[in-house]
Design a protein around this ligand. Structure first.
Ligand code: CA
Length: 249
């Protein structure tokens, strides 16, 4: 199957599943960690270090599966497993603070290769951009403007602080649609994590998965991604084709 056939078939499935006439892309709702920044390897290390220190057994790999959840939700998931209860307010705040500290210590700020090309292509094609991240960590959010100049207007950002339910709940992406002022069939979601793809799918958006970490394409398809690319550069290179094919449909 050519890339063009693959894109066409994903658009057609989306259209028939949603009982709409066409996918008319006006906005892109864009995740941050693992999409704009190659940061998940550092997040998973920081989670593993913090949890191990407080005696909660876990593997580093499992945190790739929890990606997109809020810090509080991740802590509660591991608390349930270990203690059969959720963490108290003070407890989870302290642990999340520790994890955030380790992330700053361990992590290097690395822009995802292809992320700037992807954003520039969206800007050139007149597609609006909204940042939709499950993160509340200012250590990366504060660099968005300098690393991706004019990619995101200040009012077009959803962080963990703006939602009551994090991914996989559709709320972050539903709020993103509101910020863009468009309906679900006018937006694409750009995600690297299964729970994020699940959230984009549940919000009714055409969901694009990008494998930028150790998880496989099928992990993203199974979570509801409409199409999966194997790198941000490959998605950036095919963005024009996606927009053209959706218009011709
Ligand atoms: Ca992500």
């Amino acid at each position: 199957m050519t890339i063009s056939d693959k894109i066409k078939s994903s658009i057609n499935s989306y259209i028939s599943r949603n009982h709409i006439d066409r996918l008319d892309i006006k906005a892109a709702l864009i995740d941050m960690d693992g999409v704009l920044y190659d940061s998940m390897k550092y997040h998973t290390l920081a989670w593993h270090k913090m949890m191990s220190e407080v005696g909660i057994e876990c593997s580093r790999e499992e945190f790739y599966l929890y990606e997109g959840m809020t810090g509080k939700a991740t802590i509660n998931l591991l608390f349930q497993r270990k203690y059969g209860r959720i963490a108290g307010e003070e407890e989870w705040r302290k642990l999340y603070e520790k994890k955030a500290e380790y992330f700053v210590e361990i992590g290097k700020k690395e822009v995802m290769p292809g992320a700037n090309a992807m954003l520039q292509n969206l800007i050139d094609c007149g597609i609006d951009r909204v940042l939709v991240t499950g993160s509340a960590q200012n250590s990366l959010i504060k660099y968005i403007d300098s690393d991706f100049p004019s990619a995101f207007e200040p009012q077009k950002r959803i962080t963990a602080l703006d939602v009551t339910k994090g991914k996989p709940d559709p709320e972050p992406y539903l709020k993103g649609l509101e910020k863009a002022g468009v309906c679900h069939s006018n937006a694409i979601v750009i995600e690297n994590a299964p729970l994020g793809a699940q959230a984009g799918h549940a919000a009714g958006c055409f969901t694009i998965g990008i494998t930028t970490g150790p998880l496989s394409e099928s992990d993203l398809y199974n979570a509801g991604a409409d199409i999966v690319f194997d790198s941000m550069q490959s998605f950036a290179d095919n963005l024009h084709l996606l927009l053209t094919l959706s218009q011709n449909d």
